[in-house]
Design a protein around this ligand. Structure first.
Ligand code: PLP
Length: 753
């Protein structure tokens, strides 16, 4: 059963509201502007709902207009205020120079301010009102600047954190200022008494779908005497203030919600909501002892919990929760390259790790106590699974088999653990400071012995945390601490890892000390090579640093080719585009300069010159880090790898040469994610272990990756295509859209799974 804990995004429609909407669509379907019986009945309903809205909002006076939602209400309010300022300016009056909005406001507000300020040619200065660490407006700042403001916008409660604004304090700070005041009431509706008409609030927009009404219906309160300019003109509806035939089904549904609010019995009291939040918070603390709540409970809506867990990204947590049937959202929007920090938490001055990894749990005021109890149980199970899979800090004792290779990526920079299950010895390659805790956790929880911490070169874009790891784990090198600057044991010819062996090979160029580490198995076969930044997917390491050796680069590439050949998997120090691994043959096809030097068409000096030309204007990466090489290809989404479910079903029934691979992480299946149709499990985090096998499949085998949403599976499919397997695909939309029955897929009715 799915437990929906994302009520600040939207809510399901209350059954009474659904019934009211259906009844309007079937029976009271008249146009409220018509003067016959059908129209009059619709008009009566419209008036009834407006009257209920006035009572709930505490707005016996002023306008209450029905809109399509809060975004429209915000536009109308901003247009009205700015148009009035413009009229005053045209009439020769000196108008205030600034427009102010809370720095944690929903994006609709600053966007509307910018839009109308430009469109009306006002060119007023738009400034964000700072907030304190508790998310509340800096009232001293507001008091200072209010006299220069024409419009002030402050939300009643925040959608990410639930922080409740001090509306009385804001009113006080605005005393004496002539500014108009808009309060975005979206998240407060039904949760806080607003007493709109008692306050000097000029505009207050609302959205029905945040409180169990359908999407597409909203309200805008406008104080008597506040300027009001219609956004829509036409047939004169809503007193000619908002034209367009009314959304009667939405209005009827909203009416049912307002009745439920007035009548009681459907929505929990503030005390009960606080108790429910308390239970969820305890479950989170039990599951993740390090959890940090990002807003103080005492000044936040009891239905919103915004939290971060040290060492766990928002994406990991959301995958985990989703697999457990708990629907939550990231406190921050995710872009293709990285999780964008939450601007709301940034404005509150929270630490970068909190702003980047925040998760928002928001439940509905109509959720039952038993649903909250079930959510708490599932949260506790999530915590247990994360401990059992060594993902939680401070856990010990997992002793099962581990992958030979584990890869970690931070802003495109890669770090690897090479681990041998039998001997329980491991080596860390290119450790990043941001990963120290996770690496220590990985090693300690699995009770591995650290044989060495190696760097492939002295890094230009980030520090190495090798010393910290060595200090924390006292590696069992032959002679304690006897290693060179890159961590190689003094005098050692190889590092033995049970059935595997690492040897090193100098490849100066990117830096003078650049070194490759070659991994051999017990039959002395070369399995993989760690090549640092010398060769990266789509790029060669730059060689314009002070510590570079540009004239040695070409010879190093030739020597590397001699040692590893065209098809050995190369694991690089950076992988900006989620390619996972590469080979010299793949890179020669992608990088003409590399092909020219390896095919003997370029000498050392000309190679160095051509390479230097590429590196003359290297911009920072999309992560705002120093680029470690000039990329000859960097398009992430060039290849269409999505395979619709219907097509996959057809292929499955028609062809035996098809391999389904589920790239979800083990913790996801352990918390209950259903397996996918006999798919092989290859978690994305250990895809590199499976690459030697997958790249050797016959060319005609369709390799179809699946995951929850289609994002990770698309990464895997693109990586395989780049490595030469043209028939690599990703299930479009992920397993979230996978049909419960073949008949659920249009066009696949006849197929049995
Ligand atoms: N204001 C706040 C605080 C919100 O949470 C939202 C929706 O997320 C909006 C405005 C915009 O509402 P809608 O998209 O329903 O127009």
């Amino acid at each position: 059963m799915e437990i929906y804990l994302d009520a600040n995004a939207t809510t399901p429609v209350l059954s009474q509201a659904r019934a009211a909407a259906l009844s309007v669509m079937a029976d009271t379907f008249g146009n409220p502007s018509s003067i016959h019986g059908s129209g009059l009945r619709a008009r009566a309903l419209l008036d009834e709902v407006r009257a209920a809205a006035r009572r709930v909002l505490g707005a016996p006076t002023g306008q209450v207009l029905f809109t399509s939602g809060a975004t429209e209400g915000i536009q109308t309010a901003v247009l009205s205020a700015l148009h009035s300022l413009r009229q005053r300016r045209i009439a020769g009056e000196a108008i205030p120079a600034r427009l102010l909005y809370g720095s944690t406001e929903h994006k609709a507000v600053p966007e509307a301010l910018r839009h109308w300020n430009g469109l009306l040619s006002l060119q007023l200065q738009i400034d964000a009102i700072p907030v304190a660490a508790d998310g509340r407006h800096d009232l001293a700042w507001l008091r200072r600047h209010a006299p220069e403001a024409g419009l002030v916008c402050t939300m009643a409660a925040n959608n990410e954190t639930g922080v409740i604004s001090d509306l009385d304090g804001i009113a006080d700070a605005l005393a004496g200022s002539g500014a108009l005041w808009m309060v975005d009431g979206v998240q407060a509706l039904g949760k806080l008494p607003l007493h709109l008409a008692e306050r000097r609030i000029d505009y207050a927009p609302f959205s029905g779908h945040k409180l169990y009404a359908p999407k597409g219906i909203g309200m805008l309160y406008v104080r008597d005497g506040a300027p009001l300019t219609p956004l829509l003109t036409g047939g004169g509806q809503e007193g000619a203030l908002r034209a367009g035939t009314e959304n009667m089904a939405g209005i009827a549904a909203l009416g049912a919600v307002l009745s439920a609010l007035e009548g009681g019995g459907v929505f929990a009291s503030a005390e009960r909501l606080q108790a429910q939040r308390g239970r969820l918070a305890s479950a989170l603390r039990e599951a993740f002892p390090g959890v940090v709540f990002n807003a103080p409970f005492e000044s936040s809506l009891p239905t919103t919990l915004n939290f971060s867990v040290p060492g766990m990204s928002a994406r990991t947590l959301l995958d985990l929760f989703d697999a457990a049937g708990l629907r939550m959202s990231g406190g921050s929007a995710c872009s293709a390259a990285r999780a964008q920090p939450s601007y709301v938490l940034e404005a509150m001055g929270l630490a970068a790790w909190q702003t980047e990894s925040a998760v928002r749990l928001s439940f509905g005021a109509a959720d039952s106590a038993s649903l909250i109890d079930e959510a708490c149980d599932r949260l506790r199970s999530c915590g247990e699974v994360m401990r059992a899979t060594c993902q939680s800090e401070g856990t010990h004792g997992a002793d099962g088999p581990v992958d030979l290779l584990t890869r970690f990526v931070v802003d495109g920079a890669c770090c690897y653990i090479v681990a041998d299950t039998d001997s329980r010895r491991c080596v860390v390659i290119d450790p990043l400071p941001q990963l120290t805790d996770r690496l220590l956790q990985w090693i300690r929880c699995r009770q591995f012995e650290l044989a060495a911490v190696l760097d492939t070169h002295s890094h230009g874009d980030h520090a190495s945390s090798a010393q910290d790891l060595r200090g924390a784990l006292a590696p069992s090198l032959g002679e304690r601490d006897a290693c060179d600057a890159l961590g190689w044991p003094t005098g050692g010819r190889a590092i033995e890892l049970g059935r595997h062996r690492l040897v090193r090979m100098p490849i100066p160029g990117h830096t003078q000390d650049s070194t490759a580490y070659l991994l051999h198995d017990d039959k002395d076969q070369l399995c993989m090579a760690f090549v640092g930044d010398t060769v990266m997917p789509g790029a060669l390491g730059r060689s314009d640093f002070e510590q570079s050796a540009p004239m040695d680069f070409a010879a190093s590439l030739r020597a590397l080719e001699q040692a590893v050949g065209p098809h050995t998997l190369l694991l690089s120090g950076h992988d900006y585009d989620n390619r996972f691994a590469t080979t010299l043959s793949v890179e020669c096809a992608a990088q003409p300069l590399l092909a020219a030097v390896l095919q003997g068409r370029l000498g050392d000096e000309s190679f160095a010159m051509e390479k230097a030309a590429l590196e003359r204007v290297l911009a920072p990466t999309e992560y705002q880090t120093l680029a470690c090489g000039a990329r000859s290809e960097c398009s992430l989404f060039d290849e269409q790898v999505e395979l619709p479910a219907a097509q996959l079903l057809a292929q499955m029934s028609a062809s035996s040469a098809l391999l389904l691979v589920d790239v979800r992480e083990p913790f996801e299946s352990r918390v209950g994610a259903a397996g996918a149709l006999g798919a092989q499990a290859v978690p994305l985090s250990s895809l590199i272990n499976a690459l030697p096998r997958l790249t050797q499949l016959p060319a005609e085998t369709s390799l179809v990756f699946v995951c929850r949403s289609g994002n990770r599976s698309a990464q895997a499919a693109r990586a395989l295509r780049r490595l030469g397997h043209a028939q690599a695909w990703s299930l479009a939309g992920g397993l979230a859209l996978w049909p419960a029955k073949a008949g659920d897929v249009p066009g696949a009715e006849a197929l049995a799974i």
